[in-house]
Design a protein around this ligand. Structure first.
Ligand SMILES: [Zn+2]
Length: 198
């Protein structure tokens, strides 16, 4: 891994890796990292950054906003029983509302997702959802059930979402903020246990 000097001045870090395609990531608290294949020229990298500069700025602001919000969040954990009861009730409510069969519910720890829907009719909830307030859990369940109709996050999908949750953009931001907050508290906890071991 080698860091390129080209984009450092613009606050963008370019990392060269054995990857096929160039990709741009925005990491909290708003760091832009461009992962570029080894063979691609500096000019091409710069051109791609320029071409996507609006997207980069928007995404950066979004991640910064979520990081700020994360600092203010207070998290309270529900017991698994409490979470499961809430989830099952909401799954029934929204399956009825959307007129779809009531899905099965599973739980597991997931790194990058709060919930997912599989075509066999199962909603998998991240166990970390125990830290979320009810409204966000409601949104997650409605979101996953909307995937019964539309698989991708396209315009019609967000239209369907907005019929019940017109403030979905804010809710998505809050979900990212909770994700960051929990990541941070996990890191703190492991730092604590490390220093206790010493
Ligand atoms: Zn989705």
């Amino acid at each position: 891994m080698e860091t390129d000097e080209i984009a450092c001045s613009s606050g963008i870090e370019v990392v060269r890796r054995r990857v096929r395609h160039l990709r741009i990531e925005v990491k909290p608290p708003g760091v832009v990292i461009v992962i570029a294949p080894l063979w691609i020229s500096k000019e091409r990298v710069l051109e791609t950054i320029r071409k996507h500069s609006d997207w980069i700025e928007t995404k950066k602001r979004y991640v910064q906003q979520a990081s700020e919000l994360a600092k203010k969040l207070r998290v309270k954990e529900k017991s698994h029983l409490e979470l499961d009861e809430l989830v099952r009730g909401l799954v029934r409510k929204y399956a009825e509302l959307l007129d779809v069969p009531v899905p099965k519910v599973k739980y597991r720890f997931m790194k990058r997702r709060w919930a997912s829907y599989s075509e066999d009719g199962t909603i998998t909830m991240n166990r970390k959802a125990a830290f979320l307030p009810k409204r966000l859990i409601e949104y997650l369940i409605y979101h996953e059930l909307c995937h019964v109709f539309v698989k991708r996050h396209n315009r019609s999908f967000w239209h369907l979402i907005s019929m019940r949750f017109p403030d979905y953009r804010r809710l998505e931001l809050e979900l990212l903020a909770f994700h960051l907050k929990l990541q941070e508290s996990c890191a703190e906890r492991s730092r604590d246990s490390l220093s206790k071991q010493r």
